[in-house]
Ligand binder design. Structure first.
Ligand SMILES: Nc1ncnc2c1ncn2[C@@H]1O[C@H](COP(=O)(O)OP(=O)(O)OP(=O)(O)O)[C@@H](O)[C@H]1O
Length: 270
């Protein structure tokens, strides 16, 4: 089933609702005898924005690594758009953005964004061609004019935006983000939150976003996945029913504060 959403730029974009982007069925991850994630059941709806919260060590990053085929499930099943995680990785169905932008310091912003395409060509991987080239992606993340800058010439927020553009270059249907703005100051983080929502609307990609910030989780997420610790398990999925498109002033509303309060209380019981 397809529905349309109004993008911030006013254009209607098709978002494939009702289809699963990722499915975890009783998925467990073990490190030796230690169970980091235990029998996790989760269905990630395609086109939606999920934020993931939970106490330190509950398995948020491990869950993203499991979905992205960086670590195997000890038990249970994980599928991405109906494929195994390995098939999905090879088909470039998802991309990862880490807390550290991890750009190659000797390559310009543009050359960093182009890197996955170059690697794909070298390995003869069929990369989905989309409407956007690397220059347009840099424009999308607000870096028009900085294409030739080297990473050390950019601010932390700018480097993260390059990393996001690089993640988008292969048109992933699923974007996995592990605390991408965790190291940034609050104002920069708030600005990038707004930009990320714009990008999400424009691209229609599904986003799984790990954060430690309750307010960031509420501001960005259509759904907040709360995990509990020891071992990592699903505690609750909270639907965030706030007006769209989300704007900065939303943070000052009683509804926003109510969601934050609810999640804070929930976190205390995890
Ligand atoms: N490679 C590893 N080897 C052994 N244990 C690991 C490994 N990676 C993670 N763990 C353990 O698995 C558990 C979950 O770790 P993970 O990093 O996923 O938690 P998290 O919720 O992302 O934590 P935080 O909020 O502090 O970033 C922790 O107890 C951690 O020590």
């Amino acid at each position: 089933m397809m529905e349309t959403k109004e993008s911030l730029t006013g254009a209607a974009v098709a978002i494939p609702y009702g289809r699963s982007a990722a499915t975890l069925k009783a998925a467990s991850v073990c490190f030796g005898s230690f169970t980091a994630i235990d029998k996790l059941d989760l269905e990630i709806e395609a086109g939606s924005f999920y934020t993931i919260l939970g106490p330190s060590g509950c398995g948020k990053s491990t869950m993203l690594r499991l979905v992205s085929d960086l670590i195997p499930a000890a038990r249970g099943e994980v599928s991405i758009f109906g494929k195994t995680t390995e098939e999905a990785r090879l088909a470039r169905k998802f991309a990862f953005v880490f807390q550290d932008a991890a750009l190659l310091p000797w390559r310009s912003a543009l050359k960093n964004v182009e890197l996955p395409l170059e690697i794909g060509r070298k390995r003869n991987i069929d990369i989905p061609t989309g409407p956007r080239n690397p220059r347009e992606l840099l424009e999308l993340v607000g870096l028009k004019g900085r294409e030739n800058a080297l990473p050390h010439e950019l601010s932390g927020g700018m480097r993260q935006r390059v990393a996001i553009a690089r993640a988008l270059v292969c048109q992933p249907k699923l974007l996995l983000m592990d605390e991408p703005f965790g190291a940034l100051d609050e104002m920069t983080r708030d600005r990038l939150n707004l930009q990320l929502l714009d990008i999400w609307r424009e691209t229609g990609t599904t986003i799984l976003f790990v954060t430690h910030s309750i307010s960031e989780a509420v501001f960005l997420g259509q759904k907040v996945v709360m995990l509990r610790a020891n071992p990592g398990r699903l505690r609750e999925i909270v639907d965030i029913d706030l007006p769209e498109p989300r704007e900065t002033k939303l943070r000052d509303t009683p509804e926003f504060t109510r969601y934050c309060g609810y999640l804070r209380d929930l976190l205390e019981t995890c």
